[in-house]
Design a binder for this molecule. Sequence first.
Ligand code: HEC
Ligand code: HEC
Ligand code: HEC
Length: 279
Amino acid sequence: MKKLAIYTVALALCGSALYTAFAADQPTDPAKVAAAAAEPAKEKEPLVCFEGRKGATEITQRDLKPGWPNVKCSPTTSAALWYGDPYEGTVPMGKMPQLENLPEGHAVVRPRSEKLNLLAMCGTACHNGVGPKANPPTLPKDKKPIPIPTMEAMYPDSKDFQHGRGRIWCLDCHHTTQRNKLVDHFGDPISFDQPQLLCGKCHGDKLRDWRDGIHGKRIGDFTTGGKKRWFVCTECHNPHNVQDGARNRGFAQLQPEPSPQLPRGMKDAKHEKVHPIPH
Ligand code: HEC
Ligand code: HEC
Ligand code: HEC
């Protein structure tokens, strides 16, 4: 990072000629390659891979203990393949109908809100309801589509919205007056960290399957009542383009790959064969 800052300064001072020279020189120069390899591990560029959805679920690899990474990533797709700590960065899922009997804190999720860069501004800077009485007004009276050029520029998804085949629009999902919240059928706010409550209001069958562990993904302790991380709907589906062109069916498909190498210190994968319910 420090290095990057120095280069940026050099760039600013010396202009693009230096940049061209540097860019051409960097990947091939054997001295530099060797120097980079010899650098202590902490100086290396961190490896970033993704979980369900590229560009929206990135996770940075780090060692939990020497040789034991938090996550292993596919060298071909950079998808997360193995977890050293399945609960890293998780919080309790929150109230979910039909899951009330799970022991407290045994159903956890990774919060979505910390991944959403615009969220902090949505309800404060832009849709705070006190802005100039522009046309269209800041807080609309109905849910009908209104093309807003500023929004489209900031958020191109809204220009070519691909969910519901023209039958749903922003405020079917986003809260009218609290733009940092989603909305349920009663008009009450839902946290971005509980998208299942939003998606479930129209995709009840998928919600039920997800709740039963048939749809989606869970990782962690597979004994009965054991603590599990549940992947939420938006970790796999982009709510704004589930019907987008080549991706069409709502999910970017990945090529199957062989399992990753076991971390150092783990002799075999026997733990995966232990089944809590004998049969
Ligand atoms: C089907 C429900 C749904 C509809 C319809 C919808 N959104 Fe969203 N939107 C979401 C969800 C869920 C998220 C959070 C996504 C995530 O966790 O990755 C989100 C996130 C956002 C964000 C925050 C993105 C960020 O990176 O911080 C903006 C801005 C946004 N939506 C604008 C819109 C606009 C504008 C429309 C209408 C053109 C719209 N949305 C329609 C469900 C919807
Ligand atoms: C207000 C109702 C509504 C909400 C809320 C909603 N959807 Fe949808 N969704 C629809 C409709 C309508 C379709 C279009 C079905 C069709 O015509 O094929 C659709 C289609 C989809 C598809 C594509 C299905 C296919 O076979 O092409 C996916 C995936 C999907 N939704 C996921 C989600 C997720 C994830 C959420 C929550 C972030 C969500 N939806 C929230 C109404 C909704
Ligand atoms: C771990 C990833 C993952 C999670 C989490 C997930 N889904 Fe899906 N979903 C998928 C995949 C994969 C498909 C199949 C896509 C395909 O057919 O190509 C799918 C398909 C769908 C479809 C379309 C089904 C159809 O008949 O074509 C809907 C709707 C949907 N999911 C809704 C949801 C909702 C709602 C949630 C949360 C309650 C959810 N998904 C959670 C991965 C996920």
